[in-house]
Design a protein around this ligand. Structure first.
Ligand SMILES: Cc1ncc(COP(=O)(O)O)c(C=O)c1O
Length: 384
């Protein structure tokens, strides 16, 4: 029997192909969620399957006590995609990538005047381990029953407030450039750039949590590029492995020494060879112009949907293929998600009042069209 920690819809999938999933009764669904932003190349991608099979037949695991060639290759690839000069650590989940970022920030802060405080935004989400919960700003993630939480994390409502509260004990500031769990909220570009400038002057590290918004989700390899900033630390997960569990923490400061951090499974042969392949495919998708075309089309369809249903929808929000629709009546939100499932469409919710769309980045025109047909149907049914 499973632990009672998820509230699940009563459906189970047995097969997938691209953006389509089939349940155990044979019903098909268009997947506008990709897990939760994970399957960037869609389901059962033939190239991914080939890399997995090849690596499984060659070598799966040795431990991080020895050189792992695909891990080193992936590290170089990510650093190059970031413009060069980054060191990488690989782990298995977004929370673990952020744990690495916390340790980097703490060690860097310690050696620069024993600074240990890490500041985040109130509406943030950074993971489910005890430390990343403590770093998550939303109060609902700090119930008393999971206490005591580790010290050293502060939250503020806005970037302006963060800047006002920087102090001699601040080691780092962590932000999601597009908040993913607290509603789909892109941060203001000018304010982020100002924050980056001030942190740089004060030698306080800037960490961008790109676990959800990174790996081309917003149209560029990292959302930091769209914001024209160069973070000291960037964390990745979700879309990096297309479903194999891999996360990464990149830093442009050399901070760790041997023994400072580690992971048994992190950066193994299988996941790093898959991630290398996934990144190559996504680079091609981007350079061919296909990704930008899909983004434009998806956005246009959402805009149309919002203006057609202005009685229930407030506005479209988001960047790239990390999109949302703010709903006027919160009760309507759950209804639309449920009706979508009935109509064969997977969508998500985010925050209190936002429908969330994280489709595969290689979504075909046909899948996109069919997904919006089903979404229209679901909205009409929800209105009845
Ligand atoms: C921005 C952000 N950071 C961290 C995490 C935690 O990632 P994981 O669930 O892989 O630990 C998430 C997950 O949704 C996320 O959206």
């Amino acid at each position: 029997m499973l632990m009672n920690n998820y509230s699940r819809a009563d459906v189970g999938f047995v097969r997938g192909d691209g953006a389509i999933l089939w349940d155990d009764s044979g019903k098909d669904y268009i997947d506008f969620a990709s897990g939760i932003g994970v399957c960037a190349l869609g389901h059962s991608h033939k190239g991914v399957a080939k890399v997995i099979a090849k690596q499984a037949k060659t070598l799966l695991h040795t431990s991080n006590l020895y050189n792992i060639a695909p891990q080193a290759k992936l590290a170089n690839k990510i650093s190059n995609l970031l413009g060069g000069g980054y060191e990488l650590f690989f782990a298995n989940s977004g929370a673990e990538a952020n744990e690495c970022a916390i340790k980097l920030a703490r060690k860097y802060g310690y050696s620069n005047g024993k600074k240990s405080e890490i500041i985040s935004l109130k509406n943030s989400f950074h993971g489910r381990t005890i430390a990343t919960l403590a770093m998550t700003g939303q109060d609902k993630f700090h119930p008393d029953e999971f206490g005591a939480y580790p010290d050293g994390f502060k939250f503020y409502d806005s970037i302006d407030e963060i800047i006002t509260n920087l102090n001699e004990n601040t080691a780092a500031v962590i932000i999601e450039l597009v908040q993913g769990e607290g509603g789909i909220n892109p941060l203001d570009k000018d304010k982020v750039q100002n924050l980056a400038k001030i942190l740089n002057q004060k030698d306080i590290l800037l960490i961008t949590d790109e676990v959800q918004c990174g790996v081309y989700r917003t149209g560029e390899f990292v959302t930091s590029k769209l914001y024209d900033i160069t973070p000291d630390i960037i964390t990745f997960a979700k879309g990096l492995g297309n479903g194999v569990p891999i996360s990464a923490c990149a830093t442009r400061k050399s901070i760790f020494s041997p023994g400072d951090h580690g992971s048994t499974f992190g950066g193994g042969f299988l996941v790093t060879s898959v991630a290398e392949y996934v990144l190559s495919e996504l680079e091609t998708l981007k350079s061919s112009g296909k990704l930008n075309k899909t983004i434009a089309k998806f956005e246009k369809n959402l805009e149309k949907l919002v203006s057609k249903n202005s009685d229930i929808f407030e506005k479209r929000v988001g960047i790239g293929l990390m999109q949302g629709i703010v709903v006027k009546d919160v009760e309507f939100l759950a209804k639309i998600v449920a009706k979508s499932l009935e109509c064969g469409l997977l969508i998500l919710r985010s925050g209190k009042d936002t429908l969330r769309f994280l489709p595969p980045l290689n979504l075909s025109k046909k899948e996109l069209k069919e997904g919006f047909i089903r979404l229209n149907l679901a909205i009409n049914k929800a209105k009845k």
